[in-house]
Unconditional design. Structure first.
Length: 257
């Protein structure tokens, strides 16, 4: 995919997002009451991993960056390196602090600029929140939506375009954003199902496991209330008779007007 924007021009534009110098080290308010940690970033490694002075590593909480040879991976890494490599950054790390690879999962600020928001507004990342870290969902979705509307970065071509429920035949095993109207929502034997057509056996279905339903209940969200609403969901496309996404928490669902 041809990236139809000027990388360095976009990075310069990101300066508009900087906060006042009085809050140069501030993390976004939505990150919650986390104790800020200051670290020097030695480099940005593969897949956007930050290697910190002292040996620790960190990843950007709430984002899915293009990986490996995926479209936009090199541009994203260059932009991220330009912001944080060799710089002193502020990390906001909330419990659980580490991912399964032992890396800190952090909200990151550099010179008062919230790195997650900047990458999203430049169209260089997608939102991918986990139930254990739902912070800043509204702010991240707004930044992503602004880039998508302007066709910046990843949104300039079709590779990362929002899919419709009937346009997933070639997306198995990939992370996608799918938008459509929920025709039917039900809970059977402890598992929730959101159907986007009357052919529920073969067409796109969103499922929620009995274990993950507990997360929805804790957030006071009943998946059956999605019936009749247009939603945007995101996750890995699996296949059982037809395309399927399994959700872990309500932060992966946007209810649209």
């Amino acid at each position: 995919m041809e990236m139809r924007y000027s990388l360095f021009g976009s990075i310069a534009m990101a300066g508009l997002l900087a906060v006042s110098s009085a809050a140069a080290a501030a993390l976004p308010v939505c990150a919650g009451p986390v104790a800020p940690l200051g670290f020097d970033v030695l480099r940005v490694d593969t897949n956007g991993v930050l290697t910190l002075k002292g040996g620790r590593t960190a990843v950007l909480e709430g984002l899915r960056l293009p990986k490996g040879n995926e479209d936009g991976a090199q541009q994203t890494r260059q932009a991220l390196s330009g912001m944080v490599a060799g710089a002193h950054v502020t990390l906001g790390v909330s419990v659980p602090k580490e991912d399964r690879h032992g890396r800190w999962r952090a909200q990151v600020s550099v010179n008062g600029e919230w790195v997650q928001e900047t990458l999203l507004r430049l169209g260089l990342a997608r939102v991918a929140l986990l139930p254990s870290h739902p912070q800043c969902a509204r702010e991240m979705y707004a930044a992503e939506a602004a880039a998508r509307a302007a066709k910046r970065g990843l949104w300039a071509g079709s590779t990362y375009a929002v899919r419709s429920p009937d346009d997933l035949a070639h997306d198995r095993g990939t992370f996608q954003i799918v938008q459509g109207r929920v025709i039917r929502a039900a809970v059977k034997q402890g598992r929730a199902y959101l159907n986007f057509s009357n052919d529920w056996k073969h067409d796109f279905t969103v499922t929620i496991s009995p274990q993950d339903l507990k997360t929805f209940r804790k957030a006071k969200v009943d998946p059956r209330d999605y019936a009749g609403k247009t939603v945007r969901v995101r996750g890995m496309i699996d296949w059982y008779r037809g395309p399927e996404v399994e959700l872990m928490g309500p932060e992966s669902v946007e209810v649209l007007p």
